[in-house]
Design a protein around this ligand. Sequence first.
Ligand SMILES: [Zn+2]
Ligand SMILES: [Zn+2]
Length: 348
Amino acid sequence: MIPAQDAVAAPQETAAPQQTLSGYSRRLYLPTFLVAAAAAGLAWRGWQELSEFGPLRAIHAEQAELAGPAVISFVLAVFVIEQIRPAERHRVLARGHVLDLIYLLSYALIVVPITALIGNGFSGALLHAAPWMVLPRTSAVPHWLIVAAAVVAIDAMDWLAHLGNHKLNSLWRLHAVHHSQEELSILTTFRAHPLVHVSFLVSSLPVLALIANDATPAAVLTVYACLGALPHANVRWTYGRAGLLFISPAYHRIHHSATGRLDINLGTVLTAWDAATRRAVFPARGAEAVVTGLTGRPVPVEQTAGRARFGRVFLTQWVEPFTRWTNTVPPDGPARAVTVTADPLHQE
Ligand SMILES: [Zn+2]
Ligand SMILES: [Zn+2]
């Protein structure tokens, strides 16, 4: 455990000092194009892998698992609870909520189908290259124990991918949109650049290794998705003593803090990986909710003064990782004191 006051600046491509907030240059950011090319290649392979089973059938199965009635009902129920006892008071139709709702729709209708194809392409390529990684079916170990081991392993891989998102600039550019939310809620779970899911392909390794043992039935992954969403809830829950083991909303909110270090509290469901690497900052009970967002708004956000333009902000957030960040901000400036109005869809 490390104290919050030891926090240092998060990795951002804002190191080179400049005099003005002049917006984005016309230069493109090559790593994002490479990630997009890899995603396209894997999606194409995934479509071919699924040609016998039926790609659309597979996509619908994935949608039912990760964005079906169970997940949506859970999210909406938590959203109602957030309005009753919020950690930070927002209007029901706050700009952050509306944009994240658009993200939720895009997740269910666009992102999950794409990631289903990419995931199947990745699995197919991996099984072709390394078929030995599939562990043989066993009856020596109780099935529930294999399922539990698979979930723990997936959580470890999610943590590793999340760490990569904070350590590699090319991935940080994709992950930054998730951190740009200044009105955190359960809906923020879905506020993610679609290409960021490429980095989370490592989480499918345990699924593949245990595929012969049916270790990750759809219902288990749906429950895991709900548990992974809950820490974004705008509530003060710390989970008490259980919060030492499981990621609570108060714990994950620290990860979204507008000030201080961001490469802490990286877990999805379990705190073990943060604790083992001294990246766990546990919330104090009853502590004031921290302000969330990114210092200086390097990613255009919906809270910028003026008329709300959700469609434009949404598209801008998807496009801007393809452009090089050249707008710089005061490294220690308050998150909401600087307004960056330029966006890559609308360059001067
Ligand atoms: Zn993060
Ligand atoms: Zn988050």
